[in-house]
Design a protein around this ligand. Sequence first.
Ligand SMILES: [Fe+2]
Length: 244
Amino acid sequence: MLFGLFARKENKILSRIGVDVHSHLIPGIDDGAKDYEISLLCIREIVKQGVKKIYVTPHFQTRRFNNDEDDVRLRFEELKAKVADAKIDVDMQLAGEYLIDDGFRARMESDKKFLAINDKYLLVEFSFNQSMMGMEELFFDLQMLGYEIILAHPERYSYFYTDSNLLIKFKEQGVYFQSNILSFGGFYGHDVMKRAYAYVEKGWIDFLGTDMHSLRYRDALENTCKKSKFQKMMRKQNFLNNQL
Ligand SMILES: [Fe+2]
């Protein structure tokens, strides 16, 4: 009986990573979960798949989601209380996902602190439409400030499809890459899925995240976790999630 329980636990597909480093689960803060009910349903699914710790990473952008850190902290505490009330066995933590836009450097040079994982690992994303100049220098300056950089979902930027030189340069300068679990299930299309597997094959992907937003994502997570190709990759590959 004991063995049965143990075996079942180990069979959870995401127990090998144990930590979700990317999610949008605070209601009303960004384009993530719309209310607590949806948020809790999403969290239950992530936990069901074997995750023990979830970093909630609301968007911080200069224009669309110009969130205030103090406000985000307050709302995060409310979410944490809801999760505790619902008796979901998971460690909820707060960080942010920062868009590298034209206001990012100003923010970097101001006194505003970034919400980074363990005050160190900064999750950043690029625009999906066009690449920006000067990213290597910007990342270098962030590193000089003591941050480790995690680039969110490199497989999703179409401008890297034909030219991945910049990604190679990022890896050379020590930038970590985080792929979305849903990318492996085809949620963002066939090209993104192909790219995600190719980057894993190259050894470029250090972290996985759900990038969970809504029930549509929850359903896609459940489906992705059932796919044998994804399961095979999870058995074979080592990621760094459980170090955070
Ligand atoms: Fe995200």
